[in-house]
Design a protein around this ligand. Structure first.
Ligand SMILES: Cc1cc2nc3c(=O)[nH]c(=O)nc-3n(C[C@H](O)[C@H](O)[C@H](O)COP(=O)(O)OP(=O)(O)OC[C@H]3O[C@@H](n4cnc5c(N)ncnc54)[C@H](O)[C@@H]3O)c2cc1C
Length: 468
């Protein structure tokens, strides 16, 4: 049996290699460090954590990333096994000793008889006799390979600054203040004429907002990020605001073609528009609000927008160098490149974000590649599971922009906004009181998490609990 080749020994590549080997299939893992380093990695260790040492919340009952941890444990994840073995105290979060963690992953793979590790950069498309390849080279994919991938996908760009707009949970928007309407009620392809949520600002509110954007505390670029261009010329909103007090009102915050049904007599001076971001309609994207403001500042400033006072954010805006595919267009349901199906992608390069999410997509890519080698059916996990919700976001759940504009697919951490709403929600709490507010939100998350684990068990059959 030919081995599967995995390129990149980071979070995703190591998990993929492990999953392949534990199914009895040979695997060759190609990692360029230490021969060639990235700008962020510092060691030769596999699965190096380049920044924080946290896998975030470990609460499997009401937190989406905690749920993903639990699903990965049940699927025999090496990353979770090493993380659990090397955890350091961090309250409800799972934080790890980075050296111990990386050493444990390296040792497990080096010690596995079906895994061969080659320390080399793969700088072009793999040779044709590598008939099953997983590319997991991450946000800092070496430039030569990034260029080869860009060429085979036909994309104009692969590495750039993500100008990321914040994404809001729809059920946290106050629709007594905001309203649904497309500009001039235009339906457009795939639209209804009421596709945007509109948040109205009076003149004093707008002026205070612009001032706050300009004064707000911003994150700075890393030195090595300075040479990568802005993607599609998407400028941060605070840079636009600095160009003049009226710039935003004639750009992303223009009020034209919109009428506020709650206050028909008042014409809004400016409008913040949010556009549906996933097929489920649970997440809305703050169009044009890409920003380098620090996270705390974003919460403070964006919640001054009428209708968003209690907004909960599925992701906050950001701007950093990244390398990722336009996956909804390029990848099939089992992460294969449609244009060259022997190539599969995993990790952050597919458009997920974070250590855990990258490893989870590596886990799926590894299982798919092993199943294919063994002549088995490759069935993706149901979208009701954390793995399935994340996979669905990457390979199809995300909406292409309703109107013409830059591609809108953006890397995403796992969050409950990616899950279909629960079919049944308890209306009353333990004491018989009607659920509302935070108690209702918690009950909803618990219902989603319980459904996810039950569906994961069904998907994985009797193997699910059989961790190594
Ligand atoms: C500066 C920075 C800070 C970050 N901070 C955080 C954080 O605090 N928390 C968080 O959850 N996420 C963070 N991330 C994101 C995090 O790096 C990723 O989510 C995660 O590491 C991605 O896993 P991956 O396996 O896809 O890529 P990586 O873990 O980066 O692994 C990719 C591997 O591929 C190798 N490689 C690259 N090109 C080639 C090639 N051509 N041939 C062979 N090998 C190659 C690299 O050396 C690397 O080992 C950060 C990212 C960056 C860039």
């Amino acid at each position: 049996m030919n081995p599967v080749h995995v390129i990149g020994g980071g979070l995703a590549g190591c998990e993929a290699a492990w999953q392949i080997a534990r199914r009895g299939v040979g695997v060759v893992l190609h990692e360029m460090r230490p021969q060639r380093m990235t700008d962020a990695h510092r060691t030769a260790g596999l699965a190096e954590l380049v920044c924080s040492n946290s896998f975030r919340s470990d609460d499997r009952e009401s937190n989406a990333v905690g749920l993903l941890h639990e699903e990965m444990r049940r699927l025999g994840s090496l990353i979770m096994r090493a993380g659990d073995a090397h955890q350091v105290p961090a309250g409800g979060a799972l934080a790890v000793d980075r050296e111990g963690f990386s050493a444990a992953v390296t040792a497990a793979l080096e010690g596995h008889p079906l895994v061969t590790i080659r320390r080399e950069e793969i700088s072009e498309l793999p040779p044709p006799d590598w008939d099953s390849v997983i590319i997991a080279t991450g946000p800092l994919t070496s430039p030569a390979l990034a260029e080869a991938i860009r060429a085979v996908t036909g994309e104009a760009a692969l590495a750039f600054f993500d100008a990321i707009a914040p994404i809001v949970h729809r059920d946290s928007i106050d629709l007594e203040v905001a309203w649904f309407q497309s500009r001039y009620d235009k339906a457009g392809p795939g639209g209804t004429g009421a596709d945007y949520v509109n948040c109205p600002l009076t003149r004093p509110q707008y002026e205070a907002f612009v001032e706050a954007l300009i004064a707000g505390d911003k994150a700075s670029f890393h030195d090595w990020e300075a040479s990568t261009p802005y993607f599609d010329g998407c400028l941060p909103i605070e840079v636009m605001a600095e160009r003049g007090p009226e710039t935003l009102r004639h750009g992303p915050m223009k009020p034209f073609g919109l009428a506020n049904p709650h206050r028909a007599a008042d014409k809004p001076y400016a409008v913040a528009q949010l556009r549906q971001d996933n097929r489920l309609g649970t997440l809305f994207n703050m169009v044009g609000f890409q920003t380098k403001l620090k996270h705390g500042e974003q919460l403070r400033i964006f919640r001054t927008i009428p209708g968003l006072e209690r907004a909960e954010f599925a992701r906050l805006g950001g701007l950093h160098r990244n390398t990722f595919l336009n996956s909804p267009r390029l990848l099939g349901a089992t992460l294969q490149l449609a244009a060259a199906p022997r190539l599969r992608f995993a990790g952050q390069i597919t458009g997920c974000e974070g250590y855990v999410e990258s490893a989870a997509i590596g886990l799926l890519a590894g299982r798919f590649a092993a199943a294919e080698r063994l002549g088995e059916l490759m069935i993706p996990p149901p979208p009701t599971t954390a793995h399935g919700a994340l996979l669905h976001h990457i390979t199809g759940g995300h909406l292409v922009t309703i109107d013409a504009g830059p591609r809108s697919f953006q890397p995403m951490n796992v969050n409950f906004g990616l899950f279909a709403p629960p079919e049944r929600m308890p209306a009353h709490g333990a004491g018989g009181t009607r659920l509302k507010g935070p108690a209702k939100t918690l009950a909803r998350k618990q219902a989603l998490a319980a459904r996810a684990l039950a569906d994961l068990e069904r998907w994985a059959g009797g193997h699910a609990a059989a961790a190594e």
